[in-house]
Design a protein around this ligand. Sequence first.
Ligand SMILES: [Mg+2]
Length: 184
Amino acid sequence: MKKELIVFIDSGDTLVDESTEIKNVMGTVLKAKLFPGAEENLIKLYDNGYTIALVADGTKTSFDNIYLANGLDYCFSAKAISGELGQEKPAPIMFLHAMKALGLNDDDKRRIVMIGNNLKRDVVGANRMGIVSILASYSPRYDMNPINEEEIPDYILTSPDKLYELIEELEHKVSNRKSIKKDS
Ligand SMILES: [Mg+2]
């Protein structure tokens, strides 16, 4: 059965462990591994009826090299990739493109979450859009301390292992008509 909650998710240092990326001279990712637990949780979300969109900065080729090779590409019902859209997060086009591809409008924002490791891109982008921001806080490579109001996430995901559990908790609230956006 389809779930109400819509999951937008980043790639680098949210699903993919950036320390495992092998790149060519052009900066295209040729290979990369996911964080332990990320694959299982992504599949579990998909298998349980969640609609998932990849909302990520980088080139289409890089993401194809990762997700076609690891066989997880089918989990994404839509993709907003900066290399194709010409702007990176927090640009609204990244989120609007994914919404449009899934047939979602402004009224649906209450049930969209954006999960990402980057405060300035993922969290700010989601907060400015009025969608729910979830900071994936487990990357050792990024600063996780908000420096202003719009960098403050609604929720924090402390481990890829807890992804499914957190989404289920938010789905429960959304399906009971409770707001999950903290500042609204
Ligand atoms: Mg990232």
